[in-house]
Structure formats: C-alpha cells, structure tokens
Design a protein around this ligand. Structure first.
Ligand code: PEP
Ligand code: MG
Length: 588
C-alpha cells in the first residue's frame, strides 16, 4: 500500500458495465465490513487523530480483557485464549505503526487510516494457502470492527463524506447494495469483482449511473478521496487525472449529452424499420420509482417487471393487497401500454424468498424462479391474484421465469385459472383475457419451444440466463466473463428456434435480457425475427433510433448468414457491420 499521496495519474482498467462518465473523489469500501467515514484532516490535527487512535485501542483492550476474564469464569481457560489472540493483534507494533504513518502521511482521519491498514492486512491473510491461518481473518475482522466502534465521533467536521458526490470503489456490490445507494451522491461505482450481466450491473444501467466492474486493482490500494474519473464507456478508473485528461472527459461528457438530447427528441417516433417492420421497444424495471424515467424514455410498455425486487424492502414478499397496490400503480402509470409482470424470480444472485437452512452449492442451478413459486402455492396465489386485480386498470400480462418444461407451464396456468375463478366468485374485476407468457431462459425451454408455444400467449427470451446456461458460464463470475458470449452460435440458434416455434403457433417473441439493449446486436435480433425488445430505461431511445435506421430485409439476410457462421466473433462482426453502416453515431 502506498503510504504517501500518489499524485501522478493512474489508470485502472476494468470491464465497462454501465455507460457514462463521472468526475469526483473516490470512496473506498473493501470486503469484510463497511468502511467508516473518511475525511481530510489538517497537519495541525494529526496529533489529535493519533490520540483518538490510541484511545480507541485502549478502550478495546480493556473490553477484551474484561471479556476474557468473564469467559474464564464461565468455561475455564480453554476458550478464553481467543481473546488473547485479539489483544495480541492490538499490540502488533508493525501494524500500529502503519496506521500512525497513514494518519500523518495521508492526512485522513484515524478510523479510516486504521480501516485501510487493516483491510490491507486482511487481504494478505485471505490469500494465505494455510487454511488455519486463513480462518484467523475472522478474529482480525472482529477485533478491527471493535476498534472502529470505539472511536469517538465528537467534534468531527467532515468536508467530504459519503453524502458528498463521489465515485464508490468497492470490492463487490450486491444488487441490494446497489439499490440502497444514495442517488445524487454516488455518481458511479467501480468494483473489483462483478460482471456485466449481474443484477448489480443491470441496476446501475437502470439508474443511469456509470459503472466499471472486474477492476484490475485491489481496491484497498486506492486512497480514499483521491480525485478521479470513472469512464463507464471504456471501463476505466482514472485516479489523479491530469488536466488534459480532465479536459478530454469534460468535452466527451458534453458530446454524449448532445447525442442524448437529440435522441430525446425522437422518443415519440414510431419504432419501425425503414422498410416498415414495426417492433415494440419496452422497458425493464425493478422498482416503482423507475416509472418516471421509463415514461420519459418513450418506452411503449414494460416488457419485464422484476417483482423479486419487492423483497428488498422487507424480509418477505408483501401481501396480496400491497402487491396489488404496487402493480396497479405501474399498470395505471404505463396505460395505455402493456405491462408484463414477471412472477417472483428469487434465488440465483437475487434475494432468496426465505432464508435457506443450508446454502445451496449452485444457486443458479437451484431453487430459483418458478420452482420456488410452485413450491410455495400460497405465496404464488397471492402474487397472481394481485396481478389479476391490477389488470382491471390497464393492459397487463403475466410471465413465468425459469421455465424448463411443459409441466411447469401447465401448473402455473392452472394456478392462474384457479385465481381467476376465485376472483370471479368474489366479484372482483380483472382482465379475463390476461395474456400469459413463458420466459425462455433455460436451454431446455428453447429446445422444447414447439411444445410450450401452444400453451402460452407469448415468449420472452431471457438471454442473460439463456447464455449462462447454454455455454455453462456463470453470468456473475469475472473469471469466465470472456466466455460469456451473446453471439455464440448455440445461443443464436436457440433464439431462432424459439422464434420459429412461436411463429408456427401464432404467438409473438420478445427479448428482455441485456442483449436486447446492446445496439451492436439490434440488426441480428431484428433479422432473427423478434417482435419486441425490452431494455433498460436508459437504452430505450437508442434502441428505437437503431431500429428506425435499419432495413428488416437487410437484417434478415445478414441473420441467415450469421446462422451459418461458426464463430461468435464472426457473428458479432456481421451484426456490427450493419450497425456501423447505419448508425455509427449511436455506438459508444
Ligand atoms: C434474463 O435472464 O435474461 C432475464 C431477463 O432475467 P434476469 O436477468 O432477471 O434473470
Ligand atoms: Mg433470468
């Protein structure tokens, strides 16, 4: 860890996960436990900070000694040894000197200096091959958190805290961390872990904040409050940018803003190709408060409402009445357009619907999506009734996630039928013709699309999962991110097969995975014959403009060639060549 302020420009490369540019100081959150406030101190305050550190150590030591003697009374000497180890950590000279040096050289508050040094130490411990030693990280985390709690906060004046605009730099972020982020103060984020198709990245795109994942840097080496630029287009975090770099990014921001406002002007135009093929461009949402952005984007409906995000607000799924209220707001808000509500898709990298007694060895292959709903019929029933009740107020559809075969579709439809019967008897209004669709995101479903199509009203292809299950590449694992290829021949064949089965049965097919919002691939998807693209709200105007620039006939001919092509890269190039030819200005 550098102990002095590094003033030269440093560029860390990562994977672009959400477009945009942010210019602000960084805030660092390593793994393990959360970071304390960080703020700059004056040279004249160094002694005071050193004192606060000494005090926090003393208080912690006293607490540990007391704990140790209490444990000794209770259980004899065996167990009390663990606290001796804790006390020893607090007396480790080398470690304490590092903290003192960090306070005086970095000119940052004592608790943050302590946090940074401890995180660095913990990171080294986590990489030790010896399992016993590695396990000791828990003790160190424990003692470090105790020390942090023992810092007094009296008299702090914080010129820069997490409420000020900043770029968040973290080891990793869960979808709930992302959802809970303070909008307005977090201008963007970069993480060491993560991948483009994780729900964390999807949320960043939905909120329209730039993000970079899989950063080639250990975040604990980054000094908090360093002035930075986050480039969500190229996937870069630039620390201490030079004046010329800043200038470059400021003008890039202006240029992007110009493209965005010219796109805004087209939001009401029909999304029809030059040769007259109409497509629906709708939006994916996770939260009710995304509605204003969706409406501003010109989306012609919601193609995917991820209802599992309702689990973020409390421990369990809200009851039927509360759900009906939320769905009705979305349906009313989007009228006269269609809102497709997806039933709960918990599990995978999303929140579980209930705490699992044993962690699943492979959550993505486990208790997820429709499997959970069918196993919890009371909960499933409440959700379906709530959607049906909302359908009285505007065009609504239901769809089921993670369908892998016919029996799941039949059981789900049976539940819809029962709920309709109940509501009918209760005299509650609902849409008797409510369309019911299946998500095609498991290869088994795509391969059996001809069996499923007669049983549903539409298909929506969830390419995020379809790709991961087809090529056996975890969508959130950065180590295999290179192998996650939307244009893999197997993937596009499955998409084609799904569309053909839908056409043969007179139903429509949409795509609601992230692939739908990637305008490099619009020519290919259009050519394969999709009728709806449901994308992050920020992508709507861009995808609409891409469609208007293309000719369906030309895209179909290209897609035929793509289907015969043996390699992902070649297929991507074919699609890209049309994108470049017709809308170079839209490509990042
Ligand atoms: C998908 O898998 O493509 C999809 C849209 O669903 P989610 O990303 O919520 O799993
Ligand atoms: Mg999915």
């Amino acid at each position: 860890m550098p102990e002095t302020r590094v003033e030269q420009e440093t560029i860390y490369e990562g994977i672009p996960a959400s477009p945009g540019i942010a210019i602000a100081p960084v805030h660092v959150v390593a793994r393990g436990f959360s970071a304390p406030e960080v703020y700059e101190i004056k040279e004249s305050e160094v002694d005071r900070e050193q004192q606060r550190f000494t005090q926090a150590l003393e208080v912690t030591k006293r607490q540990l000694i007391e704990l140790q003697s209490r444990l000794l009374d209770l259980s004899g000497d065996g167990e009390s040894g663990i606290f001796e180890a804790h006390v020893m950590i607090l007396e480790d000279r080398a470690l304490l000197d590092k903290v003192r040096l960090a306070i005086s050289r970095r000119l940052q508050n004592a608790e943050f200096a302590f946090y940074a040094v401890m995180q660095n130490f913990l990171e080294a411990m986590r990489r030790i091959p010896d399992a016993y030693l590695r396990e000791r990280t828990v003790d160190i985390e424990d003692v470090a958190q105790r020390v942090l709690r023992n810092f007094g906060v009296e008299g702090d004046t914080r010129p820069s805290g997490p409420d000020d605009p900043h770029i968040l730099v973290a080891f990793d972020m869960t979808p709930s961390d992302t959802a809970a982020m303070k909008h307005g103060s977090v201008l963007g984020f970069a993480t060491e872990q993560g991948s483009v198709n994780s729900h964390t990245a999807i949320l960043a795109r939905a909120f329209g904040i730039p993000a970079v994942v899989g950063l080639e840097a250990s975040v604990i080496d980054i000094i908090a409050l360093t002035p930075s630029i986050l480039d969500g287009y190229a996937g870069k975090l630039i620390l201490n940018p030079l004046p010329a770099t800043l200038e470059h990014y400021r003008s890039l921001m202006l240029a992007k803003e110009k493209v965005r406002s010219s796109l805004d002007a087209t939001r009401d135009a029909a999304t029809e190709t030059r040769d007259g093929r109409a497509l629906t461009v709708s939006a994916n949402i996770e939260f009710l408060d995304e509605l204003p952005v969706v409406k501003r984007s010109g989306a012609k409906g919601i193609g995917l409402y991820r209802t599992e995000f309702l689990l973020l607000n409390g421990e369990e799924m809200p009851d039927e009445n509360r759900q009906a209220e939320v769905y009705t707001k979305v349906v009313r808000g989007m009228a006269p357009h269609l809102v497709i509500v997806r039933t709960l898709d918990s599990g995978g990298d999303k929140l579980p619907v209930e705490p699992l007694t044993d962690p699943e060895p492979n959550p993505f292959l486990g208790w997820r999506g429709i499997r959970v709903s069918l196993a919890r019929p009371a909960m499933f029933r409440e959700q379906i009734r709530a959607v049906l009740r909302a359908s009285a107020f505007g065009k609504t559809a239901l769809m089921f996630p993670m369908i892998s075969g016919l029996s799941e579709v039949r059981q789900s439809r049976e539940m819809v039928r029962r709920c309709m019967d109940e509501l009918e008897k209760e005299g509650v209004a609902f849409d008797h013709e409510l369309p019911v669709g299946a998500m095609i995101e498991v290869p088994a479903a795509a391969l059996c699309a001809d069996l499923l199509a007669p049983e549903v009203d539409f298909f929506s292809i969830g390419t995020n999962d379809l790709i991961q299950y087809t090529v056996a590449v975890d969508r959130v694992n950065p180590h295999v991110a290179d192998l996650y290829r939307p244009t893999h021949p197997a993937v596009i064949r499955l998409i084609k097969r799904t569309i053909d089965a839908a056409n043969d049965n007179g139903i429509w097919t949409g795509i609601c995975g992230e692939m739908a919002g990637d305008i490099r691939l619009t020519p290919l998807l259009l050519g394969l014959g999709v009728e709806e693209l449901s994308v992050g709200p920020q992508q709507v105007p861009r995808v609409g403009q891409a469609i208007r620039s293309l000719s369906h006939a030309e895209c179909s001919a290209m897609a035929d060639e793509a289907l015969r092509h043996p390699r992902s890269k070649g297929i991507l190039d074919l699609s890209m060549s049309l994108a470049r030819k017709h809308y170079p200005e839209l490509l990042d």
